[in-house]
Design a binder for this molecule. Structure first.
Ligand code: 3BD
Length: 332
């Protein structure tokens, strides 16, 4: 059927169906890592949606997948103030130090402290704000109080939902990262083009989000793991593990390897498991993050100026690969 014969009503119906399908297929592929349609099916629907939106521009919506390709060259990035500061994390480098942290925390609260153990993704911390379920602002952590508005770049990151499954207003925080495969391919392209390569995926992710040409960001295959719900009481969520489940239901990509641990034995087992599995993952991690699971404990112990007293990062020792590289650089 050629466009001039398509009435506005038919186009509206067709565009709505195409957009709904493409949003769901994007979620399955980029959020759940469980695609259900072949690429050519996705591509054909995407082509039809683009064609119809060009013929009927009034029918384009902010959450249409066609709005994710970027294409603007931004003059710069506005500053954003984080109303609730993005804290840093204290870190420890041994099980003994971790145990001291655990004992200190256990002593300072009545109840038994269980922790939500999470992989520490080696990316860039971001904040995402939604109003009535629509993505309206995304920013970098910056110095924790002032970050940069990178909304247009984050719209090109396919695992970030442009609309939530519920029309609620909230802020979430997480890590934006470049999967190892994308990092290797990017550095290969840059090397072939005679450009400088990135030292590691974290730098590559940071460089990709700082691109003023948003279509360049769109090609960098960035992904996200969301790990923090600001104001969990607003959603009547009591623990970190529950918050992650809620974030997943809302449409965010969360990391499946998180686990509630009830004592140092379980924590040590989690650390050993992921120190061994570290290089089998499709992304870089540099340790694990332990958070008191009950939010009531967060309120009870509070934060210091920079870091929460209810969370700690355990950093893995640099593995032999990193030290060898260091040696080579050192000798050179
Ligand atoms: C919400 C809290 C503060 C407990 C928190 N803070 C984090 N970070 C703070 C320090 N950050 C930071 N970044 C740059 C400079 C200083 N600090 C980078 C994020 C977390 C990072 C990860 C991760 N990487 O996978 C994670 N699973 N949970 C986190 N949770």
């Amino acid at each position: 059927m050629s466009n001039q014969e398509t009435t506005l009503e038919e186009a509206t119906h067709r565009i709505n169906q195409l957009r709904t399908d493409l949003i769901e297929w994007t979620r399955q592929y980029y959020v759940l890592d469980q695609p259900t349609v072949e690429d050519h099916v996705y591509d054909e629907s995407y082509r039809q949606l683009t064609e119809l939106e060009q013929a009927f521009p009034s029918l384009v919506t902010p959450d249409s997948p066609t709005q994710r390709v970027g294409g603007q060259v931004l003059p710069g990035f506005e500053k954003v103030t984080h109303e609730i500061p993005m804290l840093s994390l204290g870190d420890v480098f041994s099980i003994e130090e971790l145990s001291e942290f655990d004992q200190r925390l256990q002593k300072s609260v009545e109840s038994e402290v269980s922790y939500n153990a999470e992989l520490k993704i080696d990316g860039l911390a971001i904040s995402l704000t939604y109003e009535n379920g629509v993505f309206i602002k995304g920013s970098t952590r910056g110095d924790g109080t002032i970050g940069e508005d990178i909304t247009e770049n984050l719209k090109t990151v396919k695992s970030i939902p442009l609309t939530l499954t519920e029309p609620i207003s909230l802020e979430v925080r997480g890590e934006c990262y470049m999967p190892t495969k994308a990092f290797i391919a990017l550095n290969k392209r840059r090397e072939e083009a005679g450009e400088a390569t990135f030292a590691n995926p974290r730098n590559a992710a940071a460089g990709s989000l700082r691109q003023l040409n948003t279509s360049e960001t769109a090609q960098r295959q960035l992904s996200t793991f969301i790990y923090y719900l600001v104001n969990p009481e607003q959603l009547n969520v009591k623990t970190q593990s529950e918050a992650l489940e809620r974030l997943t239901k809302l449409g965010f990509r969360t990391n499946n390897e998180s686990r509630v641990t009830n004592n140092m034995t379980e924590i040590s087992a989690y650390i050993a498991e992921y120190q061994a599995k570290r290089h089998d993952l499709s992304y870089d991690i540099d340790g694990i993050v332990l958070k008191a699971n009950l939010f009531a404990i967060h309120d009870e112990v509070g934060n210091t100026v920079k870091v929460p007293k209810w969370a700690i990062a355990y950093k893995f020792p640099p593995d032999e690969q990193e030290t060898i590289v260091l040696d080579i650089e050192w000798t050179v």
